[in-house]
Design a protein around this ligand. Structure first.
Ligand code: HQG
Length: 183
């Protein structure tokens, strides 16, 4: 993706995960927005987006962050929301034995005291591989990767969901299920 497409991806993440009102939109419970309304709302605020560019950013997105409805009329972010109106009905799934969470070293003390919490988002985000977790952690400082005993948690009653783009979600992770993964 070129610089302009990356910039649009960031704008779509902002609107479709966090602050739809910035484009005059509201999202439904499943996170969907009308594409026409999104393009019109953005245009009226001085941001011109062509349908072609939007489709390219959805298709070429490195993390496949967005999905278009089968009828081509609506768009949503597949995970990562903080918007309160959104509550996507993810299907609970059995996770792999181990999942990873990338964070910054400076958060470690707090995480090892109280476990992983969703923060402003609706879920704790987990990945199947350490490379993704490392890059997620790097966004906030010196990265550390935590190994999460996902299958044990699941057996103990914790629900896990897998978003369309392969990111795993859960409500919280207690300290007992966390070990440090050596990078
Ligand atoms: C940390 C990216 C202190 C947590 C990624 C994280 C992901 C605690 C931060 C998605 C804590 C929240 C989400 C505790 C958790 N004490 N710190 N008890 N519990 N934290 O951005 O997981 O590129 O809301 O470790 O791929 O970093 O945007 O979550 O550092 O899927 O599409 O609190 O964002 O995707 O930060 O990232 P975030 P995240 P995109």
């Amino acid at each position: 993706m070129d610089r302009r497409d990356i910039e649009l991806s960031k704008y779509l993440s902002l609107i479709l995960r966090h602050q739809p009102e910035l484009a005059g939109l509201s999202l439904d419970r499943e996170g969907w927005a009308e594409i026409e309304a999104l393009l019109a709302g953005a245009a009226s605020r001085g941001r011109r987006i062509s349908r072609e560019q939007l489709e390219r950013v959805v298709a070429d997105n490195d993390k496949q962050r967005f999905a278009v409805s089968p009828d081509g009329l609506r768009i949503r972010a597949v995970q990562g929301h903080s918007a309160r109106d959104v509550s996507i009905s993810y299907e609970p799934q059995t996770p792999p034995k181990v999942l990873y969470h990338g964070t910054a070293k400076r958060f470690l003390e707090s995480i090892l005291a109280e476990g992983l919490r969703p923060g402003r988002r609706q879920h704790v985000h987990l990945s199947v591989d350490t490379a993704t977790a490392t890059s997620v952690g790097r966004r906030y400082g010196v990265p550390v990767v935590l190994r999460i005993a996902a299958l044990c948690l699941h057996a103990g009653g914790h629900e896990f969901y897998c978003a369309e783009n392969g990111v795993w979600l859960t409500d919280r992770v207690p300290v007992e299920a966390i070990t440090l993964h050596d990078l």
